[in-house]
Design a protein around this ligand. Sequence first.
Ligand SMILES: NC(=O)c1ccc[n+]([C@@H]2O[C@H](COP(=O)([O-])OP(=O)(O)OC[C@H]3O[C@@H](n4cnc5c(N)ncnc54)[C@H](OP(=O)(O)O)[C@@H]3O)[C@@H](O)[C@H]2O)c1
Length: 320
Amino acid sequence: MKYINKYDVNISKIGLGTGRFGTRIDEEKSFEMLDLFIAGGGNLLDTARNYYEWVENGRGVSEKTIGKWIASRKIRNKVYISTKGGVRNQGKNFIINLEKSNLVDEFKESQDALMSKTIDFYLLHRDEPQRPVGEIMETLQIICEQGNVRGLGVCNWSPERIVSANLYANKHGYRPLTLIQTWWSIAAYTETMWNDSTTTHMDKDTYDYILKNNLVCMAYTSQAKGFFQKAIAEGLENLDNFLKHRIATEVNVRRLNYIKEYCEENSLSPTAVVNGYITSNEIDGIALVSCSSINQLNDILENCDSDIDSEFINYIDRIN
Ligand SMILES: NC(=O)c1ccc[n+]([C@@H]2O[C@H](COP(=O)([O-])OP(=O)(O)OC[C@H]3O[C@@H](n4cnc5c(N)ncnc54)[C@H](OP(=O)(O)O)[C@@H]3O)[C@@H](O)[C@H]2O)c1
């Protein structure tokens, strides 16, 4: 496992997405995956207050499952939790609310569910662009006083808003945003991939800002939903409709062919290359992954140490 040494700790460069834990993946299997992840050197768990709120009684269940697992294994000091607030779901609709009282309440709910005063990394799940960044940064400082927060961050914020928020923090001597969560993977982004205008993906301005300011990027959908691994193992024609329609663009098929060649030449597995694109990147990248089976998690953990050369990364980025 590779680690980032920041916030006075070593954080694993693979972060386990736990959204389905306790709902789509039952508690027993969730615990099994969590045990396996820790045994494989992982220590970062990613969740959110609103994960699986879109299934009946799903809100907060992922956090609760993590809290129960930590209590049963007594390993709070060996894991880092990243959770997020500011969003509720009504069916498929996202209701974004970054108002102070709402965020403060949600933070407390997260602490209760996780059974932990410490929330290692606290992020806002979406942006509410009409709300002044100053107001939001004021609220985040209050949140830091309510619990031990190692790092603050945002998901799905434009680079302009991140810059403004950090200028405000700097001016007032406040804790800045140091974690950026966005869609980022070895696949080229396509609008049809997410179909959600409230999300962002890695772009040049965001990348340059992260690099220049030595921030951490938590990449979500970092494996492009398994597109490359599955296409190499099973063939493009056998992919499911989601992957075929949302990810198998001409550009991504060209990337696929190059990745396949690189894997063969360097005796690397597709998983090593897909996640290595993030974990060997020039910026401090964390690949947030999720798995629907123990086999997938084993594959990720067995292939998490490879170094991918910058020449390959630069070449892939130019396939557009
Ligand atoms: N902040 C945000 O707005 C945001 C948004 C999205 C996600 N996230 C976070 O990021 C985490 C990861 O996102 P994600 O689930 O989209 O990531 P992902 O790892 O790109 O996609 C997960 C899917 O990839 C497939 N897969 C996983 N490992 C595989 C392997 N070794 N070989 C082949 N296929 C494999 C599985 O698909 P099948 O189940 O079909 O086999 C799995 O369900 C989430 O759990 C969440 O914590 C954050």
